[in-house]
Design a protein around this ligand. Sequence first.
Ligand code: GRF
Length: 188
Amino acid sequence: MKKLAIFASGSGSNFQAIVDAVKAGKLDAEVSLLVCDKPGAFCIERASTEEIPSFVFNPKEYASKADYETELYEKLKELEIDIIVLAGYMRLIGPVLLTPYEGKIVNIHPSLLPAFPGKDAIGQALAAKVKETGVTIHFVDSGMDTGPIVVQQSVSISETETRESLQAKIQKIEHELYPSVLQKLLHS
Ligand code: GRF
């Protein structure tokens, strides 16, 4: 059974969707760890409810990204983590993790990359008044939402679309797409 570490910074609804898929027998993996860089984020509560260990840290308490990633890497090695799943983790991954986990880190982003990378992709799409946006799952490299694309799914934006309605449509897709793509990747 492959072991996943899920990295999140916020609500963790994608973390929950992946955990639920494992529990439902739709994803043959073990969610072995939550990594969170925001003490107090709701994803930590979700992990605790699911009795999944979490590694919570405050980047400001470290001198550099290399410092906290070195500590993180020790934890990932100790738990024999196979794959890193970024799910709303709001930081770039540095070489300390990228090098040993090359090709084994995936991310989900709420746009059709390369359109609207970075923060607030949903707001960016609305501001650009495009008629379509979507969800991208991709392998992670050193760039901001770059790296080889695994899958994309589009979402239409209606005339009356609000941030809330678009976010709800995107999240619904994310919660189904991420577990199913992970299942395919694990068996490829
Ligand atoms: C998702 O929309 C994901 O695409 C983006 O951050 C959001 C995380 O939401 N990278 P949640 O914390 O999983 O609810």
